[in-house]
Write a new protein. Structure first.
Length: 349
């Protein structure tokens, strides 16, 4: 397993990161522990979670993923061998996350409350990478993402400098080693970097955004920032929530699959997505590759990607996903992938 430097820190993280958002919803504690044992036995040293998980978010399952990780860390007594990332929720209406039903915000009070809860559930006294799950300011996010700009949205927000200062308090207290962004824009990333240069807080080490064959919008502006500023991408949804495996083609809904259970795949059900996926599936077959492994290997091989966040609900999926580290993307295949991209574009931003 290749190790890559996390930003400008002294941490070396595995090129594949274990995502955990199904634990506590589709996977129980025993499943989570088994996945952790397998992943770390195959060279993965990096795992990602969030205070909000399991997904889909709801009060009954909030925090269960961190608790499953915490019980594993306590049982294996291997905290020093694990690079642990979690996230604080951005501004939103998930009022079960805060005392008294308050909205989530990225100010000092909310961040402090969130990190204390994560530390308690994870059974640790420090977090290696603490990420802002999404921005505090109003933005189109997740399935609402679009490549068409309709102007600024107005609403309450905390200044980026104030949020960074709150994170600085956690770093100085030893509760957080490094900080990162998630679902952030080019403008937001550069503002965080500028604030750090001005001495307002720690330099962000990474950015966790969606990136896959049908959503390469990260390349438009953020990729150059990632490379020039050493703020590498932690790519989530590399399989487009499973759509790039082909299992949902033609309207199929396999029993137990996430879209079947929760109907949360709207981001990948836009016009043109199925045709683009058909083209990538045919290309994988032509090169004798498993479509999922081809999609994962493409993401892992990008020069601006620090780590590729995989997620699985079964051990067979996990084994195949981790094995994608051995799949090569030769120049001929890359050219063909890019040819499809140039024709089809970013159909699922």
């Amino acid at each position: 397993m290749e190790l890559r430097r996390l930003g400008r820190t002294d941490l070396k993280v595995s090129a594949i990161c274990l995502g955990t958002m199904t634990w506590g919803q589709q996977n129980d504690e025993a499943d989570g522990h088994a996945q952790l044992d397998y992943a770390f036995g195959h060279g993965v040293n990096f795992l990602d979670t969030a205070e909000m998980y399991a997904i889909p978010p709801k009060p009954e399952t909030q925090g269960t993923t961190e608790r499953i990780i915490g019980s594993w860390l306590a049982a294996r007594k291997n905290r020093d061998k694990v690079i642990l990332a979690t996230k604080v929720s951005g501004r939103g209406s998930a009022n079960w996350l805060r005392e008294g039903g308050a909205t989530t915000e990225l100010d000092a009070k909310n961040i402090r409350f969130a990190v204390e809860g994560s530390l308690r559930r994870l059974q640790t006294d420090y977090i290696d990478l603490y990420q802002l799950h999404w921005p505090d300011r109003p933005l189109p996010l997740f399935a609402e993402r679009t490549t068409t700009f309709h102007g600024l949205r107005r609403g309450p927000e905390h200044p980026i400098e104030a949020t960074l200062e709150a994170l600085d308090d956690l770093v100085r207290a030893g509760k957080v080693r490094h900080v990162g962004l998630s679902n952030e824009t080019s403008w937001g990333t550069m503002r965080f970097l500028a604030a750090a240069e001005a001495g307002r807080g720690p330099r962000v080490a990474s950015i966790q955004n969606a990136y896959n064959l049908v959503n390469r919008t990260f390349e438009i502006g953020l990729a150059e920032i990632a490379l020039r500023e050493d703020v590498g991408l932690l790519a989530y949804s590399p399989l487009a929530q499973g759509y790039l495996t082909g299992k949902y083609q033609g309207g199929a809904r396999p029993p137990g699959a996430r879209t079947t259970l929760f109907g949360r795949g709207q981001r990948y059900e836009k016009p043109g997505v199925e045709e683009a996926i058909d083209a990538y599936l045919a290309l994988a077959r032509e090169f004798g590759l498993d479509p999922a492994q081809m999609a994962l290997a493409f993401v892992t091989s990008r020069p601006f990607v620090t780590s590729n966040i995989i997620g699985a609900t079964t051990m067979a999926q996990l084994e195949a996903d981790i094995a994608s580290i051995d799949v090569n993307i030769p120049p001929e295949l890359e050219d063909r992938i890019n040819a499809i991209h140039h024709t089809r574009g970013n159909v699922a931003p």
